[in-house]
Each structure stands twice: as C-alpha cells, then as structure tokens.
Design a protein around this ligand. Structure first.
Ligand SMILES: [Zn+2]
Length: 202
C-alpha cells in the first residue's frame, strides 16, 4: 500500500461515515499500515473534519508515533492504533468512529462488559463469520484521557481474544480493524448498523 492510495481510500470511507453521522465535528480517526518493517503508518491528523479530508490532513508516523511526513499533529489516540498493529499481526487498518447508537449501547451494556450481538445476518460481514448463528462480543472499556493506560488495556484484550473484531470505549466510540482498509471500512459499516438495530430493539 502506498501513501497516496491509503489517503484516498481513507478519505472516501471517512466522507461516507461523516454523511451517516458517525464522525461529526472532527471526531474519529483512521489509519493504515503502509509497511511493517520498519513500521510506517498513515493516520489522520488531529482535529481535521472527516467529511472533507485532503492529502494535507494525513501524517506518516513510525512505530512510536513520531511524525515522519506531514505538518499536522498526531491524535492522542494514535497510540491505540499502534498498539493494535503491534498486537494483531495481520492488521492492516484501524478505524474509529463516534456514533450515537453505539454510544448509547456502550453505556447500556457496560455493566455486562461487552455489547453482545447474536442472530443477525449482517454479522456475516465481519471477517471469518459464516453464519447469522454467531455471537459477537464487543468488549466495552471505560473511556479515559490516559492513553497509555487505555492502550495497555486494549493490548491485553486483543492478545487474549483473537475472536473479536472491535472494542468500544464507553460513551466515546468504536475501534475496529481489518487486514485491509476495505475490511476496516466494512467492519465500521457492519458494526454501526448492528449497533443501531440492537439499540433500537432495546
Ligand atoms: Zn475518539
């Protein structure tokens, strides 16, 4: 994956998410791995409007989040993206949205520790899921401004749970990932749709 293609695929996906109301007011962030050795990640810079991302709104960072290319500031959440890339060997893209339905559901489900979705045809859009008779758990963790602590918690969860496709920061937003940008984009669409169905049903 080259920087130019990554930027345009992410910008296209983000504009769609913005139109659906999942990344309003500069919320959310998106990244993709361009190279693993050495680690080179293309990520949206902090504070950019996700409905109209241009080439200048992306940064190239290394495995520590240091900026190698681009003028903006990396989001504080860059650490979470890097932790996911380190823990999940084939992870090629990490997408993060802030939707209304996901937010409400994360709050409602925080006592159980996860948003559980079962018996829905749309689950088949998640990588490796072959039937609607599937139980998907999206762990819900408390939100925090301490990104070291959050990244540590996320590392622990994904290293213990290879079956999950996403994690929710309570009253904040969804982190999901995929082997490619297309997979991560599909996972956002699948989860956000399932969150809305589940939350409305409740
Ligand atoms: Zn966020």
């Amino acid at each position: 994956m080259d920087l130019k293609s990554a930027r345009s695929l992410i910008a296209e996906a983000a504009a769609g998410f913005y139109r659906r109301g999942w990344v309003l007011g500069t919320s959310g962030n998106f990244s993709a791995v361009l190279e693993r050795e050495p680690m080179r990640v293309c990520i949206t810079s902090s504070g950019k409007h996700k409905g109209e991302l241009s080439a200048d709104d992306f940064l190239l960072v290394d495995e520590r989040g240091s900026v190698l290319e681009g003028d903006g500031k990396p989001s504080a959440e860059t650490q979470i993206h890097l932790a996911l890339y380190e823990e999940i060997g084939n992870c090629g893209a990490v997408f993060h949205t802030h939707s209304v339905w996901g937010n409400l559901l994360s709050d409602r489900c925080s006592g159980e520790g996860a948003i559980v979705i079962e018996g829905q045809e749309m689950l088949k859009g998640l990588a490796g899921v072959k039937t609607h008779e599937h139980r998907e758990e999206v762990p819900v963790i408390e939100n925090s401004q301490d990104y070291d602590a959050l990244s540590g918690q996320i590392r622990e969860i994904v290293s213990a749970r290879s079956d999950i496709h996403g994690i929710y920061l309570r009253r904040h937003g969804l982190y999901t990932w995929g082997d490619t940008i297309e997979d991560a984009r599909r996972h956002i669409e699948i989860f956000e749709s399932l969150f809305e169905v589940t939350a409305r049903a409740r």
